[in-house]
Design a protein around this ligand. Structure first.
Ligand code: F3S
Length: 392
């Protein structure tokens, strides 16, 4: 890979060990994917923030970077952590976890990474259309590429952090226009009524297409929230980091392979996302983290009802959205729900707080929670989640 004189100096360690290691990570990645050069980025979004998923070895690495005085060169944000310190009564009671999670957040903050602790940083500040980014977290990446028209590969935690410290990323993958072209035309021959249908569609198409780039026929004008659920599910069962919601969004339909999705496919994907048919101990809305509109939708549906005693009802979002949606937060909490920030059901401890069955309207959570959290899942629309919360 070609390096400028300044990049070479960093590579040789002339700016210290922290930047040298960051540059070496980027060069290694660039060589692996045959990038010719590094390109400047507008922002970075770093994953690997929850102590539950990160562990102690990674903290040591972050400590070492911090000791060397590592600082980000571009605007950088952090994904959800494992704890909401404002709702400790809802969280795991594990002193080590509480203390180490704080340390991780402090270390990132010290490096200049804004602890927004959300997977929807674009609700706080949208990146510029066409700007190159280095974002981690697959749902965030696919949203950035497909809905916000920014350009980012699906970074891992270390490469996003390295890019934040250098302010650049290797020029490969969907940073290249030719890799953003759609390769499969998807026709959906089934009604898509709600976010659960969009999530099931994403899981099915992701499984079928892996890393192909789908363009959907007939989803133009679809609400961004539904596309968010479609994208996060697509990026869970598949490896794609971009999709097009309509044909006019991109390219012609002439030479594309075709995939037809019918009602049976959607029902099959939906059924696979439920591992049991039992009463949940917890209902979780907010994967990916909710927008103000979604918090409002939950509040309006819950208004005048009461969450059953003993059932946890979590709506997860960022602090920024929680503050903006305070009126709706009050309604949800008055009904017995909790609007949790800084974390989510997947990256926090569930079994340890007594959850065995998790009900959710998020295909991504239903896809990952059985393995990442060891819980059973019930996958259903927001309406059915609210019904189950209030009526059982
Ligand atoms: Fe976000 Fe947690 Fe889902 S990080 S995308 S809410 S698994």
């Amino acid at each position: 890979m070609y390096l400028s004189r300044e990049e070479e100096r960093i590579y040789e360690g002339e700016e210290g060990w922290a930047y040298q290691i960051a540059m070496r990570i980027l060069v290694k990645l660039g060589d692996l994917f045959e990038a010719e050069r590094l390109i400047p980025i507008e922002s970075a979004h770093v994953s690997g923030v929850s102590y539950k998923t990160l562990g102690d070895a990674a903290i040591e690495f972050l400590e070492a970077l911090a000791e060397e005085g590592a600082k980000t060169r571009v605007r950088s944000t952090a994904n959800p952590a494992g704890i909401d310190y404002d709702h400790l009564e809802e969280m795991v009671d594990l002193p080590v976890a509480l203390q180490r999670q704080r340390r991780i957040i402090e270390l990132y903050r010290g490096m200049g990474i804004s602890p927004v602790l959300t997977c929807t940083p674009y609700y706080i500040r949208r990146p510029t259309e066409g700007a190159h980014l280095a974002w981690a977290e697959s749902s965030t990446v696919i949203y950035a590429n497909s809905i916000l028209h920014s350009w980012t590969n699906r970074e891992g935690g270390p490469s996003a952090l390295a890019a934040a410290l250098i302010g650049k990323t290797p020029d490969y993958g969907v940073h290249k226009p030719e890799n953003r072209e759609p390769s499969v035309l998807v026709r959906v021959e089934a009604p898509l009524r709600d976010e659960a249908d969009y999530g099931a569609l994403g899981i099915h198409v992701g499984r079928m297409l892996k890393d192909e780039v789908p363009v959907f026929e007939g989803l133009s004008g679809t609400e961004e929230t539904m596309l968010k659920h479609l994208g996060s599910a697509l990026a869970s069962s598949g490896m794609t980091s971009i999709f097009y919601p309509c044909i006019s969004c991109r390219g012609s339909r002439a030479d594309l392979e075709r995939l037809i999705v019918g009602l049976d496919d959607l029902n099959g994907a939906s059924e696979d996302l439920s591992t049991v048919n039992r009463e949940p101990d917890m209902i979780f809305i907010g994967c990916p983290h909710c927008s103000v509109k979604e918090v409002r939708r939950v509040a309006l549906k819950l208004r005048g009802s009461r969450v059953r005693d003993g059932l946890r009802f979590w709506v997860c979002t960022s602090r920024f959205v929680r503050r903006k949606a305070w009126r709706y937060v009050d309604i949800i909490e008055a009904a017995g729900g909790r609007v949790i920030t800084d974390t989510c059901a997947v990256v926090t401890w569930l079994k340890e707080i007594g959850v065995d069955v998790l009900m959710t309207n998020s295909a991504k959570t239903a896809y990952y929670a059985p393995t990442m959290n060891g819980v059973e899942t019930v996958y259903a629309s927001l309406d059915r989640c609210i019904e189950a919360a209030c009526q059982g």
